[in-house]
Design a binder for this molecule. Structure first.
Ligand SMILES: Cc1cc2nc3c(=O)[nH]c(=O)nc-3n(C[C@H](O)[C@H](O)[C@H](O)COP(=O)(O)OP(=O)(O)OC[C@H]3O[C@@H](n4cnc5c(N)ncnc54)[C@H](O)[C@@H]3O)c2cc1C
Length: 431
């Protein structure tokens, strides 16, 4: 080829500057030269691990470079971090499962948080899902470089800052992962034991201290629907139960039967969906049923019913199956406070009811659910995602948002988190 150099590129002189305003630069390389796309995913919970499985086992490998940054010392996300007593999942275990790894051995209908984490860890090892996971790696910023068409990412690895890049950035950092101590005056002055449900202190040994707490006060600011269990119609009395060994053996030996069971559970669960449709007939029926059930469980105590039963439709907040919760609130040693905590003092709590002393204060104050990522996120033209979403978060189908090119969000704004098993939602997003 006349005038061609060894790389096959033209030796023609470059267009002399100044360039015309409509000048389009041409890349100095062959058209269709193959290159891999760089992906970075943040988080190795169910979202990141599902992605890792698809990447590794469903053929994308030869086209992409892939990495997962995980801030924790291990995989598992929610189910690694949350260790408070009684932590468990409200979705039947057989459908809170990676679809590529059914588990005939779930101990009970609803699984404990610990068993879910063990299952995730086992699955990770079996399929080598952590092959490209960098643990102890907290993403602190992601800044879009328009000229390079890449995200420039900073990662904190125990104080050492690493810089990396990606064409595609995936946020699998979890909707319920940003916890922090509540902003209550005097919190750090408390001299008793202070614990946070999302970061449970396992050295708290309350069971051995006293057989029964002499008093428990629970401060509740707003009501929520406390309901019967999800898919309770699949149990004999609405409550959790352990699977007999025979059932587990049957599902282990007969995958078809197990698959049938899981499909049946899924179908039964999904039947509840119309209850979340505002002003639908099923929602009206469920509102009535939930109200009646809560009234009954609260022994028709007018004061408790007025304060604990919501006036919003079900589905405005995720409903809370809570075996024994309303009953526990009515125990002799339990009191409910509906006024706000004004201050934590060295010895207790001050609210509008006055001051009261306590040995232990547990903050079960939830998570930052603003959808704004915990790292600095700057997109095209220097737009900050925090600023873009300061009034309300917005994302196309909950996945992509303007000014953030090649940025994909698991369980973003308006994603369907309120019903069904989130694992399937995560798998659909991955697809
Ligand atoms: C207490 C609790 C109970 C729950 N119960 C249920 C239930 O009963 N049923 C149900 O369907 N769902 C439940 N959920 C929701 C649960 O979070 C999801 O079902 C699912 O586990 C979400 O997986 P994920 O991978 O998207 O997020 P996560 O499990 O939250 O994982 C996110 C990962 O991202 C990592 N990460 C975050 N920020 C960074 C950063 N800056 N850099 C690097 N890594 C980062 C975290 O360390 C974490 O490992 C519960 C959540 C909580 C917190």
């Amino acid at each position: 080829m006349n005038g061609a150099n060894s790389s096959g590129l033209s030796n023609c002189p470059k267009t002399p500057a100044p360039f015309p305003t409509n000048w389009i630069p041409v890349l100095e390389k062959l058209a269709f030269s193959p290159h891999k796309i760089d992906f970075v995913c943040i988080g190795a919970g169910f979202s990141g691990l599902t992605l890792a499985y698809r990447w590794k086992h469903e053929g994308a490998n030869e086209f992409i470079n892939r990495r997962i940054s995980e801030k924790n010392h291990d995989v598992g996300g929610t189910w690694l971090e949350n260790r408070y007593p009684g932590n468990a999942c409200d979705v039947p275990a057989h459908i809170y499962t990676f679809t590529f790894e059914p588990n005939p051995d779930w101990t009970s209908f609803y699984a404990s948080g610990r068993e879910i984490w063990q299952y995730m860890k086992r699955t990770t090892e079996k399929y080598q899902l952590d092959e490209r996971v960098r643990l102890n790696s907290r993403v602190t910023s992601a800044i879009w470089d328009d000229a390079a068409a890449r995200w420039k990412i900073r990662v904190d690895q125990g104080g050492k800052i690493i810089e990396t890049e990606a064409h595609i950035l995936i946020n699998g950092s979890g909707i319920l992962n940003k916890w922090h101590w509540p902003d209550i005056k005097g919190l750090s002055s408390f001299r008793g034991k202070l614990v946070l449900s999302a970061d449970w202190d396992e050295s708290l040994d309350w069971e051995d201290k006293r057989p029964e707490a002499s008093k428990i006060a629970t401060y509740i600011r707003s009501p929520t629907w406390i309901t019967f269990n999800f898919a309770a119609q699949l149990t004999s009395d609405g409550e959790n139960f352990e699977y007999p060994e025979n059932d587990k053996r049957l599902w282990r030996e007969n995958l078809g039967e197990h698959s049938k069971l899981r499909r049946h559970f899924e179908h039964e669960f999904n039947k509840f969906f119309p209850s979340y449709l505002a002003e639908g007939a099923q929602q009206a029926e469920m509102n009535k049923l939930f109200r009646q059930t809560m009234e009954q469980r609260l022994n028709h105590n007018a004061d408790l019913c007025a304060k604990l039963i919501p006036d919003f439709g079900i589905g405005c907040r995720r409903i809370c199956p809570g075996d024994g919760y309303l009953e526990a609130l009515q125990e002799k040693n339990v009191r409910i406070e509906f006024c706000s905590v004004e201050e934590i003092t060295p010895t207790g709590i001050r609210s509008c009811q006055g001051h009261e002393e306590f040995d232990i204060v547990v903050c079960a104050t939830g998570f930052d659910v603003s959808f704004v990522p915990p790292w600095e996120m700057i997109g095209k033209n220097g737009v900050s995602l925090r600023e873009q979403w300061k009034d309300a978060p917005y994302a196309y189908f909950g996945i992509c948002t303007p000014n953030m090119p090649n940025y994909f969000i698991y369980n973003g704004p308006n994603c369907p988190i309120a019903h069904g098993s989130l694992i399937l939602v995560i798998e659909w997003f991955t697809d």
